[in-house]
Design a protein around this ligand. Structure first.
Ligand code: P53
Length: 479
């Protein structure tokens, strides 16, 4: 067995709107994420047009990473992390998205975060846009529905590239950009929310509007990749896809075709654009069948062709089944529906646990693109209990991580060029889909509850110590 590369980037990840808090401090403007209330699987989060006094918005205080970043990065260093993935909040830099000049206070905050990481020799991996967009751009332009948002985004990237050029090498443009092909995208990533008020599950946005907005994001992503390649040759630019493999529910060839169709739209539609530089052949039929007419200019096509990424990054949580049967349970992937797989168990939130699916996905991705791959999210959302002496025995999380890291090692042995892994998440944080704290992902526990109460104290879970050993042994010691 060959095992992981010597310089493999063992890391962990977080995202600004789920951890930082300090939502209106030092010039920060509201982003879409700041307008979502807390919720649960039963009571979905609500998007409100204005902040309402009788409601709780969990991103407003997050887990207060804004004031705890030194402590948290020290914990990351003790953990032995080689890489740390975090996102920059666009509205700290451009409060409405449309200012002429960046907000110096915002830029300074990420300078401090980066300096802290560099102090401990931890490689930063920066997501430029993780499930948020300035609310100002929603009010003015309905988010990514407008082509003008591309220029505002490029403007934002020019500022952060220039400022952090000597501190950051690895950049990811849009978190889980393929979410926009699902019902979740318009809400959490495209900002198609002008005038909307309601729950995250009642929102209906037609595919035409979604895919046009997604096209604008794809052009924006390619534009900043070109900018980076021209001006900062030291940068490595990556995409980021929520990779969900679909299996045929039975061996009926019709189910095989159905699974392929699902994967084409969910997984390959965006990544073919970002890696190969143009829409895949099957997109045309999809557009025709669904009466979608996209405005794609010859200039756009040129940009997409020139702005292809250097490496492929993905999140991996679960797999799904697809087929023609009507009476099969659908698994509760929150925003993404698929049929349940009788061979798999699911998490308490209904996400199907499938480490082999990660090996399968990595092989699929590598055989299609042959570029380096990073798994930048993978982890288990679960309820944790703190013992009287302050311990968290999260064996279920260790089992999850172990089985997935093993699957990655198998993929490496298969020949996949895997360069890094950042587990989700380093510290407990606000769940993106449900707004809960109790759906915990961290290696580090944070004392904050669903209603916002808590001390924000940090506690190392058993999984923290387990992962420390994995890193120390470069993935050899997993027990
Ligand atoms: P939460 C759907 C399917 C797969 C991953 O998710 C997803 C989503 C959106 O909910 O999101 C990613 O917190 C995302 C993170 C998020 C994490 O997965 O809903 O990039 O921001 O926290 C886990 O349980």
């Amino acid at each position: 067995m060959s095992g992981f590369k010597k310089n493999f980037l063992w890391g962990s990840a977080i995202a600004a709107n789920q951890v930082e808090g300090a939502w209106d401090i030092n010039g920060k403007g509201p982003s879409t994420a700041d307008m979502f209330t807390s919720g649960s699987q039963k009571d979905p989060r609500i998007f409100t047009e204005k902040v309402e006094n009788d409601k709780y918005y969990p991103s407003h205080d997050g887990v207060d990473f804004y004031h705890h970043y030194k402590e948290d990065i020290k914990l990351a260093a003790e953990e032995g992390l080689k890489a740390f993935r975090f996102s920059i909040n666009w509205t700290r830099i451009f409060p409405t998205g449309m200012e002429g000049k960046p907000n110096e206070e915002g830029l300074k905050f990420y300078d401090k975060v980066l300096d802290e990481l560099i102090k401990y020799k931890i490689e930063p991996i920066v997501t430029i846009s993780h499930f948020e967009i300035p609310y100002g751009l929603v009010k003015e332009l309905n988010g990514w529905a407008s082509r003008r948002t591309i220029d505002y985004f490029v403007n934002y990237c020019e500022s952060i590239f220039d400022r952090y050029q000597n501190k950051v090498k690895y950049w990811l443009t849009f978190n889980e950009i393929n979410n926009s092909t699902t019902v979740a995208g318009p809400l959490i990533s495209l900002g198609l929310l002008q005038g909307y008020r309601g729950t995250v599950f009642d929102y209906h946005c037609d595919m035409q509007t979604r895919l046009q907005a997604l096209h604008h994001q794809l052009v924006a992503s390619a534009k900043v990749v070109i900018l980076a390649h021209n001006k900062y040759p030291q940068f490595k630019m990556g995409n980021m896809v929520a990779f969900i493999p679909y299996y045929p529910y039975t061996s009926d060839p019709k189910d095989v075709l159905e699974a392929e169709k699902q994967m084409n739209i969910l997984d390959w539609y965006v990544s073919d654009v970002q890696v190969k530089g143009s829409y895949p052949y099957f997109a045309k039929k999809y557009w025709n069948d669904n009466n979608i007419k996209l405005n794609i200019t010859p200039k756009d096509e040129e940009i997409l062709k020139d702005g292809t990424v250097d490496f492929y990054s993905l999140s991996y949580y679960m797999s799904m089944c697809a087929g023609l049967q009507k009476d099969v349970d659908t698994s509760a992937g929150n925003f993404i529906d698929g049929m349940s797989n009788p061979y798999l168990k699911a998490s308490d939130w209904g996400w199907q646990l499938d480490p082999d699916g990660l090996r399968y996905s990595l092989n699929q991705i590598y055989s299609r693109y042959q570029i380096p791959i990073m798994v930048v999210e993978n982890g288990l959302g679960a309820i944790d209990k703190v013992t009287e002496d302050g311990k968290i025995h999260d064996t279920y999380r260790i089992d999850y991580l172990r089985s997935h890291i093993k699957a990655m090692r198998e993929a490496v042995d298969d020949g996949v060029d895997l360069i890094g892994y950042t587990s989700w998440s380093f510290i407990d944080l606000v769940s993106a889909s449900t707004g809960e704290m109790s759906k915990r992902y961290g290696l580090v526990y944070i004392d904050k509850q669903d209603n916002g109460k808590g001390t924000f104290n940090r506690l190392k879970k058993d999984s923290y110590f387990w992962y420390q050993n994995v890193i120390k042994s470069n993935g050899k010691n997993m027990y």
